[in-house]
Design a binder for this molecule. Sequence first.
Ligand code: BV8
Length: 245
Amino acid sequence: MANDDIHQAAAALRSARRVVVLTGAGISAESGVPTFRGPEGLWRKYRAEDLATPEAFARDPILVWEWYDWRRGIIAKVGPNPGHLVLARWEARFPAFTLITQNVDGLHALAGSQRLLELHGNIWKTRCPEEGRIVENRNVPLSPIPPRCAFCGGLLRPHIVWFGEGLDPGVLGEAYAASAQAEVMLVVGTSALVHPAASLPLAAAESGATIIEINPDPTPLTPYADFPLRGKAGDILPRLDAALD
Ligand code: BV8
């Protein structure tokens, strides 16, 4: 990635007050968390339809919980990378900063991000479908599988949004509002295939925001990006951060 592209993007970002970032699995790739659709992607080994849907869970809750338990085991061993850490620092740098993530790995929170919208839930949380109670569970490995509600004994599910399920309307509403008011929106490490998350940068662009995309590969969003920065988040974000000073 040429330095002048990064310096031009930094010039657009430096004086911005309202900054929004949307991240996907790519920002956690350098931490060692497999992405979904890359060559080593999670989905490569499993079809999303087989595991991340309410139908799959109803059909075989143990299989679905074993898949999440496997992912929790991977995530428990890794930490935030320089890309996560830059975004955590930017909360203090920009007057109105919102971080929106599709990731369920919890690494942004671990890096210190607080103004965080987790669109698709969190792999460390379970939910009782009967009562709606959300309980954090960091046991690795999970035991028993499937976990049961301590209050009603019912089958707990991951507190994660599956395909075909609606996102939390409050979280999604906040994400749209932040995107529509953004002066600059960075889109980092997402294939921009999953909706409604993938429509957030389009809402920002329609409202006149400058779009900076950070991704080694082009995506359906690239044509809308004012600054398509080709490369890894863990490399480009620290260089972009340094260029702001
Ligand atoms: C809903 C939780 C309605 C599970 C996930 C409109 C148009 C088209 C389709 C739809 C639409 N509306 C609804 C749909 C259907 C569906 C959908 O979008 N399907 C897609 C696949 C076509 N959407 C839904 O079902 C959504 N629900 O709309 O329901 C509704 C409304 C009201 C009431 C009832 C129903 C729900 C979507 C949420 C699904 N859950 N995750 C789990 O994690 O176990 S989505 C899943 O994909 C993950 O959350 C992931 O974050 C997300 C997106 O993937 P990415 O993060 O982008 O990851 P990916 O591997 O694809 O890409 C990685 C990128 O990083 C690549 O570009 C790569 O180049 C790059 N990269 C790699 N290394 C690096 C890097 N970048 C930077 N640095 C690096 N080092």
